[in-house]
Ligand binder design. Structure first.
Ligand code: PMV
Length: 328
């Protein structure tokens, strides 16, 4: 059976960093995110008895490219998880397409593993709930579990595989927020998130972070409930800076001079009355969170910055869905 899924990336307001169980990928803390309407991965999976081996290709500019070995290994490992649940042994053909650059801080692994999970399980004949899909997606890449449900999402850290999943806390239309992404470079990061997480394990500041993560989750949920954009934004920004402080003190420099320049601009605009807040993941590209009414003004400001190469505006979106537009 051939199935296709379209998955959004997501931006974490309170972020996942560090694992309490490496194999099951149970996070040290819960996290809160929003699915992004214009950062999408489309993946088609077909299982067939006629296939001699698994194959995976990336569709780029209408051409099919064979990905790096590491990418292939991770994807096949995930397909093995799905085969185990479905109790099948057929080999798979996979084609995947991203509408945005990978490995640059835009969480392509979140949309990638969410799309692979939904297309793969459906192609294997499984009919699973969003909760079950989220549990499977999490094992491919932690943040992928948050791309399964719709809108504004909470990943419950959990103590077992079955209790560590993401669920929608508000639908996409709940709050008119926009994530305007400023692309300052499409160069790939040199240290993947998974390797970075290992490096920060012994960071002396990490226990401090750990000790207040549950409070941060409670606080952000309160600000979301009250739609208090100022308090929400301030917490989003300080959370990103705290995580980057841990990165920096572990020798992980993800920010480029241009990323810092965008961050300084956001702070300047805010003083001048244009309210917006930044957040950054493991990469150089900056997410600017703004209310819909200010989206156009932010874009106009970003267009004036010569070092911003591309601007991708995202509204809160639905999670991962099946589609009839197959890639092969
Ligand atoms: O899911 P991973 O292994 O790509 O890690 C994601 C880590 C951050 O993007 C920095 C934070 C997050 O919660 O998305």
């Amino acid at each position: 059976m051939k199935k296709t899924a379209i998955a959004p990336s997501n931006i974490a307001f309170i972020k996942y960093w560090g694992k309490k169980d490496e194999v099951l990928r149970l996070p040290e803390n819960g996290s809160i995110s929003m699915c992004l309407s214009n950062l999408l991965t489309t993946t088609t999976v077909e299982f067939s008895r006629d296939l001699k081996k698994d194959s995976i290709q990336i569709k780029k500019d209408k051409k099919l490219v064979t990905p790096e070995d590491e990418f292939v290994e991770k994807a096949i490992k995930h397909i093995d998880r799905i085969r185990k649940v479905a109790q099948i042994s057929d080999r798979a053909k996979i084609v995947t397409h991203n509408n945005f650059p990978a490995s640059t801080g835009l969480s392509a692994s979140a949309s990638g593993f969410a799309a692979l999970t939904v297309a793969g399980t459906a192609a294997a004949g499984l009919k699973l709930s969003d909760q079950e899909l989220s549990v499977i997606a999490r094992q491919g890449s932690g943040s992928a579990c948050r791309s399964i449900p719709d809108g504004f999402v909470e990943w419950l850290d959990g103590d077992t595989s079955e209790t560590s999943y993401a669920q929608s806390i508000y639908p996409p239309k709940y709050w008119d927020l926009v994530d305007v992404v400023a692309i300052v470079s499409t160069d790939k990061k040199d240290i993947a998130s998974s390797l970075g997480q290992k490096r920060t394990g012994t960071n002396p500041f990490f226990p401090v972070r750990k000790s207040h993560m549950a409070d941060k989750i409670t606080q952000i949920k309160k600000f979301m409930k009250e739609k208090d954009f100022t308090k929400f934004g301030e917490l989003v920004e300080s959370e990103a800076l705290e995580l980057h402080a841990i990165f920096l003190t572990s020798g992980l420099v993800y920010l480029l001079p241009e990323s810092l320049a965008v961050i300084k601009e956001v702070q300047k605009w805010r003083v001048a009355g244009l309210e917006s807040y930044f957040t950054v993941n493991t990469g150089q590209n900056v997410h600017i969170i703004v209310e819909k009414k200010n989206e156009k003004r932010i874009i106009a400001q970003l267009k004036k910055l010569s070092y911003v190469k591309e601007i991708i505006s995202n509204t809160p979106s639905v999670g991962t869905k099946l589609s009839d537009s197959h890639l092969f």
